[in-house]
Design a protein around this ligand. Structure first.
Ligand SMILES: [Zn+2]
Length: 443
């Protein structure tokens, strides 16, 4: 980052910090009352840290020495707390865990629980750029204009939301969404295409308000993604089925099965968060399966058209290239999600720009763009044939299925949220008592 760029950031941040000073003081007071822990020292903000402690006092921070020179990441919060749990206070940990109620409360979760609860925010291969784990909503919004390890995650889904909304608006002039039942599956698909990047950018923005907020934000993110997979099934069922499968058993039960799959996807992905710290490998596998399963099911018609169907009855047209690119980027998205590359190879190098989650977002959006173009091609070019051969119910049952799936998924999200709040008292890793940072120790 150039020095000119840095000084601009510094000026913007200084203005923000001045404006935010009063509300931040109040917020710190509230936090200290809420959590019965000391407020952070003056050099720590609730949002992104303004001043870093002198370099000599930040040995614990390690690579959190700011890359920009301005943003002191919160790695030291994790490191210091981890150190106080596993290092200096190691001998004290047992007595903390067994101590009187007042001590236990003040220590939050006890040594192990405290350490685990902080790990909720930790990402593999990302060393620096963390925001404060108890940021206010305003700080979360403002942090999207500062460089931290979530900034590009937020923008790589916020800007595409507006792109898809713009496409939706333009298409509403050429397609009769109100009067033409043939376009209804596409209407439902476009709504869900706009919903998933918006939910994702909000989840990334507000995920550092607390540990509870983080879990709930990602519950919503997973719910939107599983509904998007249902949106894909709407359009594939209505416009992408090969001619020879239209009116067949898969065609008739395709969308209802996809709606049922969305419940499985939401349930597995949300449940995986409960295993995230104690069984991270199982959690990762469960979440990957949760999204792979509806993806594979939805794409059965495409796999058949692209790989196994030749000649008449295969709906071989110009949309095939778009579907091919869509599948390529979808595969890349899955690979990035599962592999955590490139940051796994060079921890700390890609904290701000270029880590796998940012690339994952970009590939997902590019894949959706190609999918949208391909579906539009099928919708237009196959209209006469499909209107004559496909049953009307394929188009008209769209909103009933969508409504049922929406309600069912919302009920699942509410259930997992209730389970999270209920179990937080007994399961240390789900508790929200994230401690504030302690002042750096003098050497
Ligand atoms: Zn994301």
């Amino acid at each position: 980052m150039s020095s000119l760029h840095l000084s601009s950031w510094r000026r913007i941040l200084s203005v923000y910090l001045c404006l935010n000073q009063a509300s931040r003081g109040q917020r710190l007071k509230e936090l200290s009352q809420d959590t019965d822990v000391d407020p952070p020292p003056s050099h720590l903000g609730v949002g992104v840290v303004h001043h870093c402690p002198p370099a000599g006092k930040r040995d614990e921070i390690g690579s959190s020495q700011t890359q920009s020179g301005l943003l002191c990441t919160h790695t030291h919060i994790f490191k210091e707390t981890a150190a106080s749990v596993t290092g200096n206070a190691h001998n004290k940990a047992a007595s903390d865990l067994q101590g009187p109620p007042s001590t236990s409360r003040r220590q939050g979760l006890g040594a192990k629980g405290l350490f685990l609860s902080l790990q909720i925010f930790w990402e593999d291969g990302i060393i620096s750029g963390y925001r404060h784990p108890k940021s206010s909503a305003l700080d979360c919004v403002l942090s999207s204009f500062q460089m931290n390890n979530e900034t590009i995650n937020i923008w790589t889904h916020f800007l595409p939301t507006w792109y898809f909304l713009w496409r939706f608006l333009v298409l509403s002039y050429s397609l009769d969404f109100w009067g033409d039942s043939y376009s209804w599956p596409f209407l439902a698909y476009m709504s869900l295409v706009c919903l998933y990047p918006f939910t994702s950018s909000c989840a990334h923005m507000f995920s550092t308000m607390s540990t509870h907020a983080r879990h709930i934000c990602y519950f919503l993110d997973y719910g939107a993604l599983s509904l998007y997979s249902l949106g894909c099934a709407f359009t594939y069922g209505a416009y992408a089925m090969p001619d020879c499968w239209v009116n067949g058993p898969l065609h008739r039960y395709f969308v209802p099965t996809a709606a049922f799959n969305s419940f499985i996807c939401t349930s597995l992905s949300c449940y995986s968060r409960f295993l995230e710290l104690e069984c991270p490998r199982v959690s990762k596998i469960l979440r990957t399966v949760a999204f792979m399963y509806p993806f594979l099911f939805d794409n059965i018609p495409l796999f058949y058209r692209l790989l196994f169907c030749f000649g008449d009855g295969c709906a071989w047209n110009d949309s095939i290239a778009g579907y091919f690119y869509h599948l390529f980027f979808a595969a890349l998205t899955g690979f990035l999600f599962a592999s955590h590359l490139p940051e796994r190879l060079a921890p700390g190098r890609f904290d701000f720009i270029g880590h796998s989650h940012q690339l994952f977002h970009i590939c997902a959006v590019v894949g959706t763009h190609f999918q949208l173009e391909a579906v539009l091609w099928d919708l237009r070019s196959r209209r006469a044939w499909l209107s004559a051969h496909a049953p009307v119910a394929i188009f008209t049952h769209t909103f009933a299925t969508l409504g049922a799936a929406l309600l069912g998924n919302l009920a699942l999200l509410a259930t997992f949220t209730a389970a999270l709040l209920r179990s937080a008292g007994g399961v240390s890793i789900l508790q929200s008592n994230v401690p504030e940072a302690e002042p750096p120790k003098e050497k």
